[in-house]
Design a protein around this ligand. Structure first.
Ligand SMILES: [Zn+2]
Length: 193
């Protein structure tokens, strides 16, 4: 922890006031929204090379998106709405990854005995059937596709996707190699970006 504090303490010297000097008129419009897992190995700005201001992030355990329910307030729905309606984001990336503890916990729920809230979250928001024959990586890719399906059912997303004003991308990040692949709905498979 101390190294993190030390870095934060001197961070302003490294950026040299560049961000602080920016006026709203200078601000970079976000290029995309990046939805991914809270896992510490998945760093959206490193993967994409995004500079400050370019990427709106939404991070949840297992990059889970809850199913849309009219009248139900969730942090995910509010964050998506703000990014799309207010910031005008036109591309939304949802990115799964290898070695995802949340996916492993969903496949083998005994691993989440000491995390009942996490288990409830995954059970409530992830309706894909148990598939014990899948490898962890196959399960993580199937899990990503399930989140894509839920995301495109959010009404505002659905309308903008239908009108071509919004693009939805499913990415899968291999933490061991750094390789990123892209989900192809037309084949149901993944190909390198
Ligand atoms: Zn994860």
């Amino acid at each position: 922890m101390q190294s993190l504090i030390d870095h934060a303490r001197t961070f302003h010297q490294k950026v040299g006031g560049r961000e602080q000097a920016a006026t709203p008129q200078d601000a970079v419009a976000p290029q995309a929204m990046f939805v991914t897992c809270s896992d510490a190995h998945v760093i959206p700005s490193l993967i994409t090379g995004a500079r400050p201001g370019e990427l709106v992030e939404l991070r949840t355990a297992g990059n889970v998106i809850p199913p849309y329910r009219l009248g139900r307030l969730t942090a995910e729905a509010a964050t998506i709405e703000y990014a799309v309606n207010i910031l005008g984001v036109q591309d939304v990336i949802i990115c799964g990854h290898t070695r995802c503890g949340a996916v492993q916990g969903r496949v083998r729920s005994s691993t989440l005995r000491s995390a009942p809230t996490t288990r409830w979250w995954l059970l409530q928001t992830h309706r894909w059937r148990e598939a014990p024959a899948l490898t962890d990586e196959e399960a993580a890719r199937a899990h990503l596709v399930a989140q894509l399906d839920k995301l495109r059912r959010y009404p505002r997303m659905a309308r903008r996707l239908a009108s071509g004003r919004l693009r939805l991308h499913g990415w899968f990040y291999e933490v061991e190699t750094g390789v990123v692949s892209h989900y192809r709905p037309e084949t149901g498979g993944f190909t390198p970006l």
